[in-house]
Design a protein around this ligand. Structure first.
Ligand code: 26W
Length: 807
């Protein structure tokens, strides 16, 4: 099939005809994409079965990564890469007059995630498979992924992401592995054989049907599984109870309400809203996942007592934390274990990662809503809380304040993070500073009683997708220079240090960057009709739009530069292109206003002839994984400018670095560890530290209005939000203005402005020293090895899960 070009072409033509029912001439790019996808599916099917058989036969410990989001992006290119078939495929297609890139672009992104947390889960799957670790994903097969963003008159408009419309070649539906999930109803206690048993009655049944996607390891024959669950009506209920009594409408209502569970991905990032359907989603996939794990476990093992020896369940943030009471329910109610024994097993099986300390992101469910939807699970959480509070009482007799603040249930709400801490054996943050903040502040009372549970696992990104696939020319240059050992061992990037001063290597690296920039320039010209100077600094901020990420700080720097250019048209700066990509949560008003602001500013600057094309501003629509793969390789500057203490880690920062961009950033999240690796000569840092920010929150002393009054540059910028500078209605940006001036600038945009602008000047100077800049860029790549998710996953495997690669 893939052994040589002749075989490929034969099989491709046959597959194309079989799948599309069309001739080569008639077929579309999508048909051809499906055909290659189908070939890959056939090719890996044996390896997939074999991988699972071996896991079963050798009875190895397996890990299940539970996540409400998996932001996979496209799979054709990364699957070909991991199988080593990119070249044979590309060349064979060329001989048929077909461009592989076109087929890749025909694939819809699997956008089943919002941002960092979802993309991290996807990088982890790639690393687990590539390291030969028995590790699988468990999540929801959303019918609609993260919304498609259109910019209309500068405003964000959301469209449904109908990614499954034309079929999904990678998934396999497994109806025989469906399980039942129960919602609502009442729980009756009954005495049976001198024991209390809990009978759940009058519940509403939902069928969870799994769709499996293969996760192909790099060059190692491992094919793990991403199992995504889809909600369907249970046939019996649908046909008989309502339908056969002639109540068609009621039957259909039931069907739609069931299917709603896996219909959409909630587009909220770092902002919690207590919606019942989201809780339903959480229990739905967690219960399905645990039932299927237990079923598989029982195939090989008798007693569930050894579960933690064979199974690790990891919960990605609190969203899947119902895994704790669900596992308890199965062990206690169905396996008839004692509470204590079940608790011991559960807390030895489940581990938890925290991804944010923003208080507005913390999940807490109203007990009324919870009890109504999940009556038996509520009873179990209630019992967990009772026992937990008793334990606290023994430690801190009489200290009600402390106990109330740590309780799992308080103020009529269930606090999911507290449940996660009580019910798991490991709690990790995602960068060192983030873990330190968890230990010292947000979770300090818990750290005090469970110090052994807390640990750090600094995030990483897969260098296969984010370098080899996204930037093949740079990957080839690195291999030419230091050999290909870095592919299996990204720490070897460090060998590049020897070439950081080598003029020929520098020149080649510069040429690669230039070609990557050319691709982006062409796309921007074609799509937005904006002319970009190839030689300009490509200064990029791509990430979710959020006040704490401070896209506003970037905007204010651009406005300041613009003002200065108007005053001094021959201002001695390198030309710059400011590139943004960001989706705002549909109900996050200020974030949407910021998008409008960026677009208004772009409109003014890009057409102002007076500044002689010195600066340009581009907002790239619909930022997503596939677009990111085009942006990172073309970036010169990586903007990582969150308010210190707020960005748990960041992972875009790592993708930029890996592609030779230089960071301008605050001492926040993983920026700190990047700083420590590359050293102060190869990164631009500025601004308040997390401690300083914390001090201001604690003790006051910050007055944004005063700053505004005293800094005339800042005042000019902020006034122009509301003084008619922008051709918009009067109140358009008043909210932004108010948040900064009337509400004391919660995220210290004004406070950090001067330091940011100064640092940007230093960066400008460094960029104009071509040799120096290239040296910085190469240093960044050389130190990027640490930030491969292979390093991260090895740490999880060894220090949290206790799983080993199967070689
Ligand atoms: C309930 C609403 C909600 C939705 C999503 C709350 C919180 C989230 C996520 C935890 C937000 C998120 O994606 N956090 C990001 O996780 C990345 C991976 O660890 C980090 O790199 C980012 O810093 C962090 O913001």
């Amino acid at each position: 099939m893939f052994q040589d070009k002749r075989a490929f072409k034969n099989d491709f033509l046959a597959k194309l005809q079989a799948m599309s029912g069309k001739s080569l001439e008639e077929s579309t790019a999508f048909d051809k994409y499906m055909a290659v996808g189908g070939m890959i599916r056939d090719y890996i099917s044996k390896k997939w079965v074999k991988t699972n058989d071996r896991y079963l036969e050798e009875d190895v410990k397996q890990v299940y990564y539970f996540s409400l989001e998996f932001l996979l992006g496209r799979l054709l290119g990364s699957n070909l890469l991991n199988l080593g078939f990119t070249e044979v495929c590309r060349e064979s297609l060329v001989e048929l007059g077909i461009d592989l890139n076109e087929l890749e672009n025909a694939e819809a992104d699997a956008g089943l995630g919002n941002g960092g947390l979802g993309r991290l889960a996807a990088c982890f799957l790639d690393s687990m498979a590539s390291l030969g670790i028995p590790g699988h994903g468990c999540g929801i097969r959303y019918r609609y992924g993260f919304f498609e963003q259109r910019i209309v008159d500068g405003y964000q408009v959301e469209l449904p992401d109908n990614w499954l419309r034309d079929g999904n070649v990678w998934e396999v539906r497994k109806p025989d592995k469906a399980v039942e999930i129960r919602f609502y109803g009442v729980v009756r206690e009954e005495i049976s054989k001198a024991k209390t048993v809990f009978v759940h009655e009058n519940y509403e049944s939902v069928l969870a049907v799994p769709y499996d996607t293969p996760v192909i390891g790099y060059g190692n024959n491992t094919v793990n599984t991403l199992r995504l669950w889809s909600a369907e009506a249970v046939q019996a209920d649908f046909d008989l109870s309502s339908f056969s009594h002639g109540n068609y409408q009621k039957a259909m209502e039931y069907k739609y309400s069931v299917e709603a569970i896996s219909q959409i991905l909630y587009p909220d990032d770092n902002h919690y809203k207590g919606r019942e359907l989201r809780l339903k989603q959480q229990y739905f996939f967690v219960s399905a996942g645990i039932q299927s794990i237990i079923r598989r476990y029982k195939k090989k093992n008798g007693s569930l007592r050894q579960l933690p020896e064979k199974v690790a369940i990891h919960v990605n943030d609190t969203h899947p934390v119902l895994a704790i009471p669900e596992l308890m329910r199965i062990l206690v109610d169905e396996e008839e274990m004692s509470w204590d024994e079940a608790w011991e097993i559960t807390t030895a099986t489940i581990s938890y990662t925290n991804h944010t300390i923003l208080s507005e992101a913390m999940e807490k469910w109203s007990t009324d809503l919870f009890k109504n939807l999940l009556p038996r699970i509520y009873m179990i959480v209630y019992e967990i809380n009772e026992r937990f509070c008793r334990e606290l009482w023994d430690k801190y007799p009489g200290d009600w304040d402390r106990i109330a603040s740590m309780a799992i249930i308080s103020d009529d709400h269930i606090k999911m993070a507290h449940l996660a801490i009580a019910g798991s054996y490991s709690i990790n943050g995602v960068a060192r500073i983030h873990t330190d903040i968890l230990k010292r502040q947000e979770m300090k009372n818990f750290f005090f009683i469970y110090p052994h549970k807390f640990n750090n696992k600094t995030n990483g990104v897969t260098h296969r997708r984010w370098l080899m696939k996204a930037n093949p020319e740079l990957a080839a240059l690195i291999t030419e220079t230091i050999g290909n050992g870095w592919i299996d061992n990204p720490a070897e990037f460090i060998e590049l240090l020897k070439y950081a001063d080598d003029p020929s290597f520098k020149e080649q690296a510069a040429n690669v960057k230039k070609r990557n920039k050319t691709v982006l320039v062409k796309m921007i010209k074609d799509k937005y009709s904006i002319d970009i100077d190839l030689e300009s600094i490509f200064d990029v901020q791509v990430k979710r739009l959020h006040a704490y990420k401070r896209q506003l700080l970037n905007v204010f720097h651009i406005m300041d530069l613009y003002n200065r250019l108007l005053e001094t048209p021959d201002l001695d700066i390198a030309p710059r292109t400011f590139i943004f990509g960001a989706k705002a949560a549909p109900s996050y008003f200020q974030a949407k206003t910021t998008i409008k602001l960026i677009n208004c500013l772009a409109e003014i600057i890009n057409k102002d002839k007076r500044i002689m094309d010195k600066i340009k501003v581009v907002f790239l629509e619909n930022y997503r994984v596939s677009l990111a793969e085009m942006i990172f390789p073309a970036a010169d500057v990586s903007e990582q400018i969150s308010t210190a203490g707020k960005e748990a880690s960041g992972t875009g920062n790592m993708k930029f670095m890996l592609n030779g961009a230089v960071t301008i950033g605050t001492m926040d999240g993983a920026n700190i560890e990047i700083f420590e690796k590359v050293g102060p000569a190869n990164i631009f840092t500025f601004g308040l530290t997390a401690e300083e920010v914390m001090d201001y929150y604690r003790s006051g002393g910050y007055n944004s209005h005063e700053l505004y009054q005293n800094d005339h540059r800042l005042k000019a910028i902020i006034d122009s939000l509301v003084n008619g500078f922008f051709p918009v209605s009067a109140g358009e940006f008043i909210n932004i203005y108010n948040s900064l001036i009337m509400h004391n600038d919660e995220f210290f945009v004004l406070k950090d402005f001067a330091a940011y602008a100064d640092t940007q000047m230093k960066l400008d100077k460094a960029f104009r020293d071509k040799g120096k800049w290239l040296g910085m860029s190469i240093n960044n790549i050389a130190y990027a090895g640490t930030f491969s998710s292979d390093r991260t996953i090895r740490e999880y495997a060894k220090e949290i899960w206790g799983v080993r690669p199967l070689v």
